[in-house]
Design a protein around this ligand. Sequence first.
Ligand code: PLP
Length: 392
Amino acid sequence: PLPLSTWARNIAPSPTLAVDAKAKMLQAAGEDVCGFAAGEPDFDTPEHIKDACIAALKAGKTKYAPTPGIEPLRQAIVERYAADYGLTIAANQVIVSPGGKFSCYLAVLATCSPGDEVIVPAPFWVSYPEMVKLAGAAPKFVLCDDRAGFKLSPAQLEAAITPRTRLVILNSPSNPTGAVYTRDELAAIVAVATKHNLYILSDEMYEHLVYDGTTPTCVATLSDDAKARTIVVAGFSKTYAMTGWRIGTTVAPVPIAKALTDLQSQMSSNVTTFAQYGALAALKEKEKTAAALKVMMTAFDRRRKFLHAQLNNIPGVTCLLAQGAFYLFPNISSFGMSDSDFCARLLDQEKVAAVPGSAFGAEGYLRLSYATSDEIIQKGVTRLAKFCASLR
Ligand code: PLP
């Protein structure tokens, strides 16, 4: 048979999507599965956003749009960065892409060449290493465990840099840990990146999902140095329960923005034109959007606190209280088995679906998404406790 390409043979399929698919398959077969694997809000997209998209579709917004996005949406993104962070940018620094995942991939392609190294703090979002490899570059992992609050230190970054290092990827709030860096912590990391003249990809996909009064930081606002070297990725998927819409956003210095646009023009053209009008409504109809977000955040926060307390009640399990996103990342290393075995047996015995920490580059943990109903969380964590008890 004809061999597939090295790209096709070397890519690892997304382990989070795989666990979620397996849970859904068991469910379809009639099993009562408690799924903690999905990385998406369990809420529907707010009505006013859907209505704006439907209206655009009916009004004939069905043709190609400019590659980097429709002008009113790019302008609304400029305005929202000014309002949210006091960041001054122009519309030509904004690119709207088919999903934040694609935004990240373009950012890697625009900055990394074959042979370059990219520093990826672990636990990491599963797609970063694969994107880096698809660009012909090499991921260099730096483990940041629970004792470090899952955060990269400036000294760790410094130690990982070589003459080949081109880019460092930051993700705060983090998937899979929910960790949120403080402004000072990020400033110290940017100082190291500046000293070594690295690019920074700051994935701020979960910026609005923060708890306990935590303030998110947009890395481009830290300094002129930060702004000159940072590509900020964000989007609509998680904040506005719009995962299926596929709309991500990038803010970058003009030369990088132009490169991203050129790459996108050959790889995907524009984001679905009428979908962009829905995104525009999310930013423009502020009161309705804020009200919808508040409902989701109240539920997420309640579930976060409940799940965190329940996990720490299980003998052998310890879990940090994450300040962002909708994930907890408990440590299960005391049970003396690999996290993959733990998850496989947990699904088999108790029908609870969780993703092993090793999928995110950190052995000995589970990622539990609490973007699911209170009932499932309650039932699932009870089963998890029973399972843990059976192992002791
Ligand atoms: N970045 C992080 C950290 C994520 O967790 C995700 C989604 O799982 C994305 C980016 C991509 O989001 P999108 O669905 O917009 O492609």
